[in-house]
Design a protein around this ligand. Structure first.
Ligand code: SF4
Length: 250
């Protein structure tokens, strides 16, 4: 059964350069301590399901000025009917971007092989070592699968972005540089500000985020390894500010 639990008819900020609708699918296999979507992760059954037809009708009606659809979550690759959903969007003539935590490389590979994606964004929660990754993700992760997703994305030729939410409780500058070195040569790497509002782990509400200037410093250093690195805050506007490829997206 399709589990669309959220739908935004149009957004100017979710997919750079595109006006996009956003659908949120329920369920996730991670329990990131800072997750801002506990409703999608913990008790999705309590949320109203939005019928696919309602979503398709809205996109079809707005087709003239909608460029694409962002499929987010939760973790969309857990949904058995994700592929038909993507195909339904494609049939309407809109592009599709997938947000993923990278834990299901087989699904990502199949979508690339079938040319179903126009863009993909993948979270990298921590440096690619078990202890740190498991701590941030809140569950035991298969690091090899996550590494495989990264490789698939980097070799795909599909527009892509990697991103890391930087909560001071778990990550410091050296961790960000470790990640940047792992994805050396990647097109885009977004350093996302941690926001102590609605977290899966309520204890994190007491954590003070890193100051903006510190994250800019992280981005400038990480930008030496990737083509473009910037800081993303609460208000997603693209505004590169300095250095080789560093910038601020707030
Ligand atoms: S932040 Fe983590 S737990 Fe929340 S939806 Fe994303 S991957 Fe799942």
């Amino acid at each position: 059964m399709m589990t669309i639990k959220g739908f935004v008819k149009n957004s100017l900020i979710e997919w750079e350069g595109n006006i996009a609708a956003i659908v949120f699918l329920s369920k996730c296999n991670l329990r990131c301590q800072y997750c801002h979507a506990p409703h999608l992760v913990n008790n999705p059954c309590e949320l109203e399901t939005i019928p696919v037809d309602v979503v398709l009708e809205s996109i079809s009606k707005n087709r003239e000025w909608i460029d694409g659809v962002v499929i987010s979550g939760g973790e969309p690759t857990l949904c058995d009917e994700l592929e038909p959903l993507i195909k339904s969007f494609k049939e309407l003539g809109v592009k599709v971007k997938l947000d993923s935590n990278g834990t299901n490389p087989d699904v990502i590979e199949r979508f690339f092989e079938n040319r179903l994606l126009d863009s993909i964004a993948m979270d990298i929660k921590a440096p690619l070592e078990e202890d740190k990754y498991n701590l941030v993700a809140g569950v035991k992760c298969d690091i090899e699968k996550i590494k495989r997703s990264i490789r698939l994305i980097m070799e795909s030729g599909v527009e892509n972005e990697f991103r890391t939410t930087v909560c001071p409780e778990f990550l410091d500058k050296e961790d960000i540089l470790d990640i940047a070195r792992f994805i050396e040569g990647a097109d885009k790497y977004a350093i996302q500000q941690f926001r102590p509002i609605i977290c899966l782990n309520n204890e994190l509400l007491k954590v003070t985020p890193y100051p903006k200037e510190m994250l800019e410093d992280f981005a400038e250093s990480a930008g030496k390894y990737v083509k473009k690195c910037w800081v993303r805050g609460e208000n997603k506007e693209m505004a590169p500010v300095s250095g080789k490829q560093a910038g601020w997206l707030w």
